[in-house]
Design a binder for this molecule. Structure first.
Ligand code: SF4
Length: 366
């Protein structure tokens, strides 16, 4: 059982982060924030995939102003990511950002930090103090050396120094991230940081890579941390469509039995016993289950020798035979159909189950 580390709770728009709130899944748009239409379209896709909090890059005043129009069309909290320019941080908050991600030390001095913190207080906006291995102050690197798996001192000290810059102005709606591109450094740093502070922690491996490398690196680092109860919110960084980041995020939470969303897909790797186009079938089913919200177990298996048995816990599954497909429910055979009809009949049943799940969710709400 995972025992969650106790942290303070902050509010990012309508989403609580830290304390006993659910671990939230974040992502970041890769559109030009000034292009409201494109940015809203991407955020809506992220929302549909289950993204809890979205971050946008704010590079200039036009992007800060665009936040207002974006906020009118989305319903998840929006965080403005800002570097170096305190005026942009203030403008983003004035235009409705639910949170800002800054590195206070690079805002240009004490006076500017004070102005940003005053604006955060005024608008009730939390601040993520985000430190990366690449952004550590020179004096800390000189004293502690560059972060390695055995030495997280510079990262921790940099984060806490930046946190103190905010606290000094009487503000504590803070969460912290200390990102590295190295898995072991990430694990060690967050473990140490979690012993140093009780502010909520935003986890992530920065510049993790493409779909495969990025998923593996992030899942190893974040999986280990989350399994130790460390981490209140996270982003899986992938050089990909950000929607994939959200999907990987929920699979990670599901695999640790922390949180689930939509169906779990169980599919066999295929072997010499497979006599149907299982890859094609699995792809179609996977595409559809990504649009579903009902937490079902769905199995796609290559044969009836092991299929139903291996997926006995599945709510619905399909197993290939010789020119036929066996559809089973809860491990018992439900229907045997010709291979040509298999996909249509299986998908129709899945859709029915999703509609039933939707009705149940609606009646639970009312
Ligand atoms: S379920 Fe059947 S086809 Fe799939 S790997 Fe197992 S034995 Fe092979």
């Amino acid at each position: 059982m995972i025992i969650r580390r106790k942290t303070k709770q902050i509010q990012v728009g309508g989403v609580a982060v830290g304390g006993d709130s659910p671990i939230s899944v974040q992502s970041m748009t890769n559109t030009d924030t000034r292009d409201v239409e494109q940015t809203v379209a991407q955020i809506c896709r992220l929302q549909a995939a289950g993204c809890d909090i979205v971050r946008v890059a704010v590079l200039d005043n036009e992007a800060a102003l665009a936040i207002k129009a974006i906020q009118e069309k989305i319903s998840i909290p929006l965080i403005a990511d800002i570097h170096f320019d305190s005026r942009l941080a203030i403008a983003a908050m004035e235009n409705g950002a639910d949170g800002i991600r800054i590195n206070p030390g690079n805002l240009g001095g004490e006076e500017k930090i004070a102005l940003v913190v005053a604006a955060a207080k005024l608008h009730g906006v939390p601040i993520r103090v985000g430190v990366n291995s690449g952004s550590i102050e020179k004096d800390l690197l000189k004293t502690h050396g560059y972060p390695t798996p055995d030495n997280a001192e510079a990262l921790i000290e940099s984060a806490m120094r930046n946190v103190r810059l905010v606290e000094k102005h009487g503000y504590d709606k803070i969460k912290i991230s200390i990102k590295s591109a190295d898995v072991l450094t990430t694990i060690n740093s967050y473990q140490q940081l979690s012993k140093t502070t009780d502010y909520p922690l935003h986890l992530g491996v920065t510049e993790a890579g493409g779909l495969i490398a990025g998923t593996v690196k992030s899942s190893v680092a974040l999986g280990i941390l989350l399994s130790k109860g460390i981490g209140d919110t996270f982003r899986i960084s992938l050089t990909r469509d950000p929607v994939e980041e959200v999907r990987v995020g929920f699979e990670l939470l599901r695999s640790l039995k922390i949180r689930e969303r939509g169906p779990e897909l169980i599919s066999c790797p295929t072997c010499g016993r497979t006599q149907i186009d299982l890859f094609g079938l699995a792809e179609e089913v996977e595409r559809f289950v990504q649009t579903m919200e009902t937490p079902l177990k769905v199995a796609v298996m290559g044969c009836v020798v092991n299929g139903p048995g291996e997926a006995r816990q599945a709510d619905i599954g399909v197993a290939g035979g010789n020119g036929v497909g066996i559809i089973f429910k809860k491990g018992e055979v439900w229907k045997k159909v010709h291979e040509d009809d298999l996909l249509n009949i299986f998908m129709a049943e899945l859709k029915k189950m999703e509609e039933e799940g939707q009705k149940e969710r609606n009646s639970a709400k009312s």
